[in-house]
Design a binder for this molecule. Structure first.
Ligand code: URA
Length: 209
């Protein structure tokens, strides 16, 4: 699978396994997702733009590199994307944040937009779209399509878990968008859930079931 970055770091894999467990509490699921997201942020931001600034060490002046964090926008797909956002922001606190509200029509499984709020000057920014689950790919495809209308510099997609169907769908629609994930599970079921997966990410983050 080209353009797919599988983040198989032992810390990420260990925490993902704990999250998958049926008995993981809402509290520990949320905390683990946060930790996984911040660990994944290292890989996602590997090629982030940097700028040089003048600083003074206790010894002398020097020119040093800092991340140009203001150019980066994390776009959270509501509502489950919120679970990844804090972890990403803990590593890149200067990043801007956009939100896109999409719900899955339970009958057609297609994405319906109900909210869209982005920072200004999107054509100058690199976008990282976050959603814990890339399942049918419908929400991800719709979100990326909508964001491309704003002509950003680049778009990446980050999830915790996906499946071959989700990867294929997103890659077919948007081959230019790299996918970062901690696992590619076996398959999608008839209801659009990933198997073995971890259940409904939104419900597990917010304790709504
Ligand atoms: N969304 C989820 O929360 N879980 C899945 O398995 C698929 C989509």
């Amino acid at each position: 699978m080209s353009n797919v970055h599988l983040i198989d770091h032992p810390l990420v894999q260990h925490k993902l396994t704990l999250m998958r467990k049926r008995e993981a509490s809402t509290n520990s699921f949320r905390r683990l997702l946060n930790e996984v997201a911040s660990l994944m942020a290292y890989e996602v931001t590997r090629d982030m733009p940097m700028q040089e600034v003048e600083i003074e060490t206790p010894m002398e002046k020097m020119t040093a590199k800092v991340i140009d964090g203001k150019k980066l926008v994390f776009v959270s797909i509501l509502r489950a994307g919120t679970g990844i956002l804090d972890g990403m922001l803990s590593v890149v606190p200067g990043a801007r944040v956009g939100h896109i509200g999409l719900y899955r029509d339970p009958k057609t499984l297609t994405a319906v937009e109900y909210y869209f709020k982005m920072p200004q000057d999107m054509q100058e920014r690199d976008i990282v779209v976050v959603d814990p689950m890339l399942a049918t790919g419908n929400s991800a495809i719709a979100a990326v399509e909508r964001l491309k209308e704003l002509r950003p510099k680049s778009i990446k997609f980050v999830c915790i878990l996906t499946c071959p169907e989700g990867v294929a769908a997103l890659q077919k629609a948007h081959p230019d968008v790299p996918i970062y994930t901690a696992a590619i599970d076996r398959q999608l079921n008839d209801h659009g859930y990933i198997l073995p997966g971890l259940g409904d990410a939104g419900d597990r983050i917010f304790g709504t079931k």
